[in-house]
Design a protein around this ligand. Sequence first.
Ligand code: IPM
Ligand code: MG
Length: 358
Amino acid sequence: MTKQILILPGDGIGKEVTTSAVEVLDYLKASNDLDFNVLERDVGGTSYDLYGKPLTEETLEIAKNSDAVLFGAVGGPQWEHLGWDLRPEQALLGLRKSLGLFANLRPAFLFNELASASPLKNHIIENLDILIVRELTGGVYFGEPRGLVEDSDPKYAFNTMVYNEDEIRRIAKVAFEAAMSRNKKLCSVEKANVLEVSKFWRGIVTEMGPDYPEVELSHQLADNTAMQLVLNPNQYDVIVSSNLFGDILSDIAATLTGSIGMLPSASLNSSGQGMYEPCHGSAPDIAGQGIANPLAMISSLAMALEYSLGRKDLAVKIESAIKHFIQEGHRTKDISTSSDFIKTSEVAPILINFMKNE
Ligand code: IPM
Ligand code: MG
């Protein structure tokens, strides 16, 4: 059956890195005779400039009908003055909510060859391989009521951090299952010492523990996790957390590797549909220079092949080409330790060459 893939390059370096991922995808399509229908649309600030909205109904409709969405990045200083609903980030939040992409998988791993790029000492960071499972369609990001009350003295603003038991169970299930396929350790992170919603979260996750007797389950307070991630990140295998804490912890985890330009992510719904995006943002400071690292976007394509397109074999192929690329010493600017580096456009051809000769 034909699989549909929607490419949303977005803004800034999003465009550059998706071009590289599409090159890899085109190669795989041609060499494996894949029945993939690939479409491309604008999103974020670029869509705002063209159509007055960060996400048009047409694009959202195509996204809903696609098996996988490859999302570059959105945002930039030229759109910061815009009102709330027109900001580029709303495209991301709108896609997550409308497609029901509740499970955000954010791996943080290190290629030991790149350990010196990490802000941590080599012996602490070496062999890092953790997975953060972040809840993505609930919690304080979407909780109601929310708002700003200006006709009061003092004025105030408020949001609601809310989770029902079903939302907690479904994200915890994803995390327990991920732990089963990895090193069988799961750490659930909240603020059960302060927040009712967190205490409730901890209770539900605890209840589920016995269903996964092989998984060593622990619970941690989010502030402690932030600290432990820096002190001893290798104590973790899978971390599961809410939308807000997961957002913060995944940035810490990604930064530990010293090369945020390497890390992919997947956001999945219950029918296997997914949106795939690099962890880095639109990086307006280097946009248009052709120096961005497209490996995170290309790894995100690998995740799409594995989770939404039924071709884990091709995901493995991409991942092994990336490993090869690093081992052979190819470096984009962000991961280069000398003044020598290759440009964005040189990356995909090198990877394709590895895949051809495998
Ligand atoms: C992320 C980003 C987004 C979030 C922003 C851009 C809305 O930080 O994907 O982690 O907070 O979820
Ligand atoms: Mg974030």
